[in-house]
Write a protein that binds this ligand. Structure first.
Ligand code: ADP
Ligand code: SR1
Ligand code: MG
Length: 420
C-alpha cells in the first residue's frame, strides 16, 4: 500500500483489514479513536472497541518530518523500518518486556501493536512520585539481555554481522542524535532551548570549557564508531511503561549498533534528572532516595546479568575455548567492565546536558512554570554533567560513581522548593 498519513477518518478501515488487529479489537463495529502521541517524532493513536474498553490497539505512524519541529523539518520515514525491525527482534529476544505486534507495514510506516492500557508512562508517574518496585531490576535485566545477546560476546560473528546490516541505515536518526546530543547543546544554535539564567550559565561555563567539550567530542566519536551491540538508543523514562508488576520498553526507532554505555548512561541520567526535579515536586527526600536506589540498581542488575550471560557462553565472535585461562579471562572481564562503567558515566553526562540545553528537554523540569526555579534545577543538572564528564575516567567502581553523585547533591545544598 502506498504511503498516506492516517487520519481519524481513515485509520479504522486501515486497521480492520488486518485479522489479528481486528481480533484484538473484538471485531468491533464502533471504534473510539484518540491521538495520544506525546512523543517528539510520530503520531500514536489508540483505537478502542466502543462497547468493550478492554479491546484496544495502538497504531503508531511515522510522518516524513520531525513532529516536534513541524513540517519544515524533513525527516525520513525510514525510522519506522528500524522500529519495526527492533520491535520484531525484541519480541523474539525479550518478549516479556515489549508490546506484541499485530501488524507491521514498512510502506505505510505503521506498527499496530498491543495497547499497554494497564501500564503508564514511567516518566509522568515519577513526576507524581509513584514508586515502581520492579523498575531498576527490570531495566537492568532488559539491558543485560539485549546488549549481551547482540554483542560479540553473545553472538556468532556471521549471524551478528547479518543482524547489523538490518540496522546500518538508520542514518537520519543517528544524525539527529549526533547533532542534538553531541553537538548543538555545546554551542550557540537556533534549535537550543532558552531560559535566560540557564543559557547564561551554559555560555559562561560549558561552552567556554575546552576540556569538557573535547570530552563530549570523544563520546560523539564513540557513538559514531563503536558498534558494541544493538541499542535501543532512546532509552529514557518516557520510553518505559509499567505498573507494580511489569515493565515494558517502547519506542525503539533509534535502534542501531552502538556503544553499550549509551543505553545504560542515558537511562541513568533520566533517573538523576528526576531526582533533581523532586527538589520541586517533593517536600522531602523520601522519593529521591528511591530514585537513587533504582538508578544504581539498573547498573548493578545490568552488570550482574551481563556477566552471568557471559559466564554461560563458551563460544562466540569474541570467545573461544582454549584461548584464555580462567585467570586471564577474569582479568579481561574486570578491565572491560571498568571501561563500560566509565563510558556509561560519560554518556550520562552528555544526556544531562542535552536534555537541559537542547530542544528536547524532560517534562520533569521543562513543565515547571516558574523560570527561576526551573533554572536552578537546570543548572544543577548542568553541574552534575560537568562533574561526571570531568571525572568519568577516574571512576573504577560503581561505588565511586554513586559516591560522586550523592556527594554532588549533598554539596548543592538545595532545599525543597515552595510552589506558588
Ligand atoms: P515517539 O516516537 O513519537 O516518541 P512514542 O513511541 O514514545 O512516540 O509514543 C508516544 C506515546 O504514545 C507514549 O508516550 C505513550 O503514551 C503512547 N504509547 C506508545 N506506545 C504505546 C503502547 N504500546 N501502549 C500504550 N501506549 C503507547
Ligand atoms: C530533535 S531531538 C528529539 C529527541 O526526541 C527523541 O526522543 C530522541 O531523544 C531525540 O533526540
Ligand atoms: Mg520515538
Amino acid at each position: 500500500m502506498e504511503y498516506q498519513q492516517l487520519t481519524k477518518d481513515t485509520i479504522k478501515d486501515y486497521v480492520m483489514q488486518y485479522p489479528s488487529a481486528a481480533e484484538a479489537l473484538g471485531g468491533a463495529k464502533e471504534i473510539a479513536i484518540e491521538e495520544i502521541g506525546d512523543g517528539n517524532l510520530n503520531y500514536v493513536y489508540r483505537l478502542r472497541n466502543a462497547a468493550a474498553h478492554n479491546k484496544s490497539v495502538i497504531v503508531k505512524q511515522a510522518v516524513p518530518y520531525l513532529r516536534m519541529a513541524g513540517e519544515d523539518w524533513p525527516l525520513s520515514r525510514n525510522r519506522m523500518d528500524f522500529e519495526i525491525r527492533a520491535l520484531q527482534f525484541y519480541n523474539e529476544l525479550v518478549p516479556s518486556f515489549v508490546p506484541k505486534i499485530y501488524h507491521a507495514d514498512e510502506d505505510m510506516s505503521v506498527i499496530i501493536m498491543q495497547d499497554l492500557r494497564d501500564h503508564n508512562v514511567i516518566r509522568y508517574r515519577m513526576i507524581e512520585g509513584e514508586v515502581f518496585p520492579r523498575i531498576g531490576e527490570d531495566v537492568g535485566k532488559f539491558l543485560a539481555e539485549t546488549l549481551f545477546r547482540t554483542s560479540g560476546f553473545g553472538m556468532d560473528s556471521l549471524e551478528r554481522r547479518r543482524l547489523m546490516q538490518k540496522f546500518n541505515l538508520n542514518d537520519e536518526l543517528c544524525k539527529l542524535t549526533e547533532e542534538f546530543i553531541f553537538t548543538f547543546p555545546y554551542m550557540e544554535h537556533d534549535s537550543n532551548y532558552d531560559n535566560p539564567k540557564t543559557s547564561d550559565y551554559a555560555r559562561q561555563t560549558i561552552r567556554q570549557d575546552r576540556e569538557y567539550k573535547l570530552r563530549v567530542l570523544k563520546f560523539k566519536e564513540l557513538f559514531l564508531t563503536k558498534a558494541d551491540a544493538l541499542l535501543h538508543a532512546d532509552l529514557h523514562t518516557g520510553s518505559l511503561m509499567g505498573n507494580t508488576d511489569e515493565t515494558y520498553v517502547i519506542d525503539m526507532e533509534f535502534a542501531y549498533f552502538g556503544p553499550f554505555g549509551f543505553d545504560v548512561g542515558k537511562i541513568m541520567a533520566n533517573f538523576f534528572m528526576a531526582f533533581t526535579s523532586h527538589y520541586y515536586h517533593s517536600d522531602d527526600a523520601t522519593y529521591q532516595g528511591w530514585l537513587m536506589e533504582e538508578a544504581f540498581k539498573i547498573w548493578d542488575r545490568f552488570e550482574s546479568g551481563f556477566l552471568k550471560l557471559w559466564g554461560e557462553q563458551e563460544r562466540s565472535a569474541m570467545l573461544e575455548v582454549g584461548m584464555l585461562s580462567d585467570e586471564e579471562l577474569a582479568a579481561y572481564k574486570k578491565s572491560f567492565m571498568k571501561r563500560l562503567l566509565q563510558e556509561t558515566v560519560g554518556f550520562c553526562a552528555c544526556s544531562l546536558a542535552r536534555r537541559t540545553l537542547g530542544i528536547a528537554g524532560v517534562p520533569d523540569i521543562r513543565k515547571i512554570e516558574d523560570e527561576d526555579l526551573r533554572s536552578t534545577l537546570e543548572i544543577t543538572n548542568l553541574k552534575l554533567s560537568q562533574k561526571l564528564m570531568m571525572s568519568y575516567d577516574t571512576i573504577e567502581t560503581v561505588g565511586q560513581f554513586r559516591d560522586i553523585v550523592e556527594q554532588f547533591y549533598t554539596d548543592t545544598n538545595l532545599s525543597y522548593m515552595e510552589k506558588s
